[in-house]
Design a protein around this ligand. Structure first.
Ligand code: ZN
Length: 263
């Protein structure tokens, strides 16, 4: 039995993108810790974008405690241990001049220039690596260009390079345009990841993932607007991805980058 550390940008990403893989790992006796970076409590005041999201999620006041509770329930289906980070989600951050980082949707952020933040995240991840001593590190490939996913990918790649831990990057769901055997060109070059590692999921792991995703109820309408049967949509996507790699059944894809990339 060995340790695995999964670093998730937000309270749902690890499960949405690699929940099946995590269930397989815990089922095989590995201990998986999911550290969610941007899970810091957000007392307000809130930007117009944050207020819009809160309304969509159905929460009044700080939604983070509710979202943390969803995450605890979700990870319990996968047998993984949660650690919630104190960094603020992009929708709650301001630049040095006091302007909101995100003024529209989070992929249309004002600035990616938050080097100090990225380096603090990297230090935090490195401390976790030193305390947990994982044999495998998982994080996002940052498909979709969300600013928080880009920071997470970069910070974890830096921490992995300095500690020598094996790293795999998951295909960010539901943002990736699937089915596809490849990452967008610019992204593959930026993160140094060109070879996909597809994982066909067992029935047990797939069911556990569906139950876990089901716990993030506040996010469902945002990810799948107007969709009544989320399990069906997820299965179509995951099975479509499997078929691209010659598998029959739901699949998740991770990428093993060349060390020291993501620049
Ligand atoms: Zn996210």
């Amino acid at each position: 039995m060995s340790e695995v550390l999964a670093v998730s940008p937000h309270l749902d990403d690890a499960v949405l993108s690699a929940g099946g893989r995590i269930a397989e790992l815990t089922g095989a006796g590995h201990r998986v810790t999911v550290f969610t970076v941007f899970a810091g409590l957000a007392a307000g005041p809130y930007s117009p974008v944050a207020r819009r999201f809160h309304e969509e999620w159905g929460f009044a006041g700080d939604p983070v405690p509710h979202r943390r509770a969803e995450d605890l329930r979700a990870l319990s289906w996968l047998g993984a241990d949660p650690v919630h980070g104190a960094f603020l989600d992009a929708i709650y951050r301001t630049d040095p001049f006091g302007h909101w980082i995100v003024s529209g949707v989070p992929t249309e952020h004002v600035t990616r220039d938050e080097k100090e933040l990225t380096s603090r995240i990297s230090e935090t991840v490195r401390a976790l690596i030193e305390s947990l001593r994982p044999g495998l590190l998982l994080t996002c490939a940052s498909v979709g260009d969300h600013v928080d996913h880009i920071h997470t990918c970069e910070a974890v790649q830096t921490a992995a390079a300095t500690t020598g831990v094996r790293l795999q990057l998951w295909t960010d769901l539901p943002y990736a345009k699937l089915p596809s055997r490849s990452l967008p060109d610019g992204l593959a070059a930026r993160i140094g990841a060109h070879s996909p590692q597809p994982y066909l999921l067992s029935e047990h792991a797939w069911r556990a993932k569906l139950r876990a995703v089901g716990e993030y109820a506040s996010q469902h309408a945002m990810f799948w607007p107007g969709v009544a049967d989320i399990d069906h949509v997820m299965h179509q996507q995951a099975a479509g991805l499997g078929s691209v790699f010659g598998y029959v059944g739901p699949c998740e894809v991770l990428w093993e980058p060349a060390a020291g990339r993501c620049d």
